[in-house]
Ligand binder design. Structure first.
Ligand SMILES: Cc1cc2nc3c(=O)[nH]c(=O)nc-3n(C[C@H](O)[C@H](O)[C@H](O)COP(=O)(O)OP(=O)(O)OC[C@H]3O[C@@H](n4cnc5c(N)ncnc54)[C@H](O)[C@@H]3O)c2cc1C
Length: 425
């Protein structure tokens, strides 16, 4: 039966959800408080699809590494100190999740989700003939120091045990794999199943196609509240209330990125979330253009070829919902690039305008994906942190299965339950 589905949020998670729900024959409305030519987190990111990222952000060693980085204004990680119960509670939950047991439980699920999403993007290519620069050429973790190379080799062994293809490369082997860029490294770890794409092209291609298929997009439309249906079924939301009027819905899908936790409060769902601010700069005429995307391991900078350009992205700043740009953090990204790619100079980026985006980060590094127990017709899909592009296709697919009451095509989704941090009374 065709349902009226209202999707809140027109980021990559909302669009992928719209894509799959529309394909299942439902009547879909996407609501976003931004304009059609918006530029949030889903646009300026590094566009990587990463089966290699099967270790969640909350993992042993993260607290120690974070504390070490806190001292430097150019480091890739920072928590802005502030008196906030929400932040204190999120940090406590993060610390509690930084265990090997959490990694061992989460990694097989993350692997399955990333690989399923990768397959989804491969299929999407044939449906969007103008393309979105999808390149299944793998990803290299580039290491300057022997110590981090050794750590990356340990992660490679973990990936291998989980069946994720991986290859350890000496510096000359890395140069042979990607001769289009000059590298100064001690070694690399190569994940051949990883891919990259241009998020800006992906977003506009999906939006244009969906609009042409009569998916109803409502821009500049802010969700302010929800109206429950009259008893006897009071755990059913009947209407979504916005500044542009009310929308009747059979199903409501919450894909509001970092702002989802505020909407969660209105729905009585506890979705602890912090914004993980990141920056990117896109160089239109690079001196060299890699053909494989990479991560500059010690600097935590992602490098992605996009058409003729190259995008460099990084930092994770926990600083509330503030979208201002820290010039010292951007400088930290730029200064790291010539260390790995000696043909580049910081001055190459003189005319580049930095972009900023807020990643929606849950404390355990896992998305929230599922139906909250207390609401019959709401599905949550958010909190994808550094993996929202990578996991978008599978997230949309899983939500469409939930809408249709089908069994989930991937096992272990209880780890993503939106009820895992309890619920509001
Ligand atoms: C520097 C950087 C690099 C990254 N690189 C990668 C990468 O290589 N690979 C990867 O997988 N991920 C990457 N990410 C992460 C990825 O960008 C995010 O996980 C993803 O974009 C989140 O998408 P979303 O749809 O959940 O949220 P968003 O894109 O933030 O969309 C949420 C939408 O909800 C709307 N909204 C919010 N509140 C309301 C309301 N009340 N009413 C109506 N609308 C509302 C907002 O306007 C917004 O458009 C990166 C992020 C950064 C910052």
């Amino acid at each position: 039966m065709s349902k009226r589905i209202v999707i809140i949020g027109g980021g990559v998670i909302g669009l992928s959800t719209a894509w799959h729900c529309h394909a299942s024959g439902h009547q879909v409305t996407v609501i976003d408080r931004g304009p059609s030519h918006r530029g949030g987190c889903s646009f300026g990111n590094a566009g990587m699809i990463v089966p290699s990222h099967m270790i969640p952000l909350a993992a042993p060693g993260m607290i120690r590494m974070g504390l070490k980085w806190m001292a430097s204004p150019e480091s890739p990680f920072y928590i802005r100190p502030r008196l906030s119960m929400e932040l204190a509670s999120w940090l406590w939950k993060f610390k509690t999740a930084c265990t090997q047991q959490h990694v061992d439980r989460s990694a097989p699920l993350l692997r399955d989700l990333h690989l399923a999403s990768r397959a989804g993007y491969e299929a999407l290519q044939s449906e969007l003939p103008d393309g979105f620069d999808f390149s299944p050429t793998g990803l290299m973790m580039l290491c300057k120091k022997n110590k981090s190379f050794h750590e990356e080799c340990e992660t490679a062994k973990f990936a291998e045990r989980l069946g994720v293809p991986v290859k350890v490369l000496s510096a000359p082997e890395a140069a042979e794999l990607d001769p289009s860029i000059t590298m100064d490294i001690s070694g690399a770890v190569y994940y051949p199943k990883d891919c990259h794409l241009s998020p800006n092209r992906l977003m506009s291609a999906m939006e244009n196609r969906l609009a042409a298929q009569n998916v109803d997009f409502r821009w500049d439309c802010e969700v302010t509240d929800f109206a429950y249906s009259a008893s006897p079924v009071s755990n059913q939301i009947e209407r979504v209330l916005t500044n542009l009027g009310e929308f009747d819905a059979d199903e409501i899908i919450l894909c509001g990125g970092v702002w989802s936790s505020a909407m969660g409060i209105r729905l009585g769902i506890e979705l602890p979330m912090q914004a993980g601010k990141g920056y990117s700069v896109t160089l239109q005429n690079p001196v060299e253009r890699p053909s494989i995307c990479s991560i500059l391991t010690e600097a935590r900078v992602a490098v992605t070829p996009m058409g003729e350009a190259v995008r460099f992205g990084g930092t994770m700043e926990i600083a509330g919902l503030d979208e201002s740009i820290s010039t010292s953090r951007v400088r930290g990204i730029l200064k790291s690039i010539p260390d790995y790619f000696p043909k580049f100079a910081v001055s190459d980026f003189r005319d580049c305008k930095p972009w900023v985006g807020l990643r929606p980060c849950s404390p355990d590094g896992m998305p929230y994906l599922g139906r909250p127990r207390r609401l019959q017709n709401v599905i949550v899909s958010t909190g994808h942190a550094m993996m929202g592009i990578s996991l978008a296709m599978v997230s949309g697919e899983l939500v469409a299965e939930m809408v249709d009451g089908k069994p989930a095509s991937i096992e272990g989704l209880e780890l993503l339950s939106p009820d895992r941090y309890g619920r509001r009374s």
